[in-house]
Design a protein around this ligand. Structure first.
Ligand SMILES: Nc1ncnc2c1ncn2[C@@H]1O[C@H](COP(=O)(O)OP(=O)(O)OP(=O)(O)O)[C@@H](O)[C@H]1O
Length: 243
């Protein structure tokens, strides 16, 4: 196996990663990286392997082969100290159902030495508007905002945000974009999966396009979008990809 030496700014490095589920080759030699202080937007058709990549990068799944380093460590073997440096927002949320959102976030904030300003985060994401409602009874978009706050409350060095704005109303979406950009401005490597070209164009310093478990484009937004624009390039690269 090749040795991987991430540069200091490379918060995530995946090299030649494969993952198979039965007969499905979800990842087929996937290689990409994400740097500190940047928003990396990961695009790709349904089933391309985005969530599988994020789950591998956060230590929830083990790759069949290849190398993964997050903040220089193998996430599958990482200790709690490493995990505290990484924020994760998964598509299913994974939030406890019977608690109220602000109580949950206060509880989570206590795990970190230097948490974000929780009151400000709660206000910006409009969570104070449904503070008295248990997670179980929240709308999908409300739950998503709580999951985003949970991912960022510890001011992580790397944040994996799996479709953080899917289904959000325009105001919430705009606020989420501002919060993600600020996190990157403060040095976080923000990895955002999305199906929105508009979102990638607003947010991304760096764009990775995955199709059928492989990277088909990787570069700055300007490099990937070129003169044709991100949407056109995306369709040209992914037509016939997994859905
Ligand atoms: N636990 C699993 N068991 C079987 N197949 C799986 C499992 N997890 C993922 N897959 C398959 O692996 C492939 C990649 O799935 P993945 O969820 O990573 O795609 P994605 O790019 O995140 O898609 P979406 O845009 O729909 O979220 C798909 O074909 C999916 O059906």
């Amino acid at each position: 196996m090749r040795t991987v030496h991430p540069t200091p700014s490379e918060a995530l490095v995946m090299q030649d990663v494969t993952r198979r589920f039965g007969t499905v080759n979800a990842l087929q030699g996937l290689s990409w990286s994400a740097r500190a202080g940047e928003v990396t937007c990961v695009l790709g058709p349904n089933g391309a392997g985005k969530t599988t990549s994020v789950e591998i990068a956060t230590g929830l799944q083990r790759p069949d082969s290849g190398t993964v380093r997050v903040l220089g460590e193998d996430p599958w073997r990482a200790d709690p100290e490493h995990r505290a440096r990484v924020g994760v927002m998964l598509q299913d949320g994974g939030l406890p159902q019977s608690v109220r959102p602000v109580a949950l976030l206060r509880h989570l904030a206590r795990f970190w030495g230097r948490p974000a300003d929780l009151d400000a985060l709660v206000a910006r994401l409009g969570i104070d508007g449904f503070a008295g409602t248990t997670v179980r009874r929240l709308s999908g978009g409300q739950r998503q905002r709580v999951a985003l706050a949970a991912a960022l409350v510890g001011r992580p060095e790397v944040a994996f945000l799996d479709e953080p704005t899917a289904g959000l109303d325009p105001h919430s979406r705009r606020e989420v974009h501002a919060i993600v950009r600020e996190a990157a401005g403060a040095g976080t490597a923000a990895v955002v999966t999305t199906h929105s070209f508009d979102e990638a164009e607003r947010l991304a310093d760096h764009v990775v396009v995955i199709a059928s478990g492989r990277v088909v484009a990787d570069g700055t937004l300007a490099e990937v979008a070129g003169e044709d624009g991100l949407e056109q390039v995306y369709f040209a690269l992914t037509d016939g990809g997994a859905r």
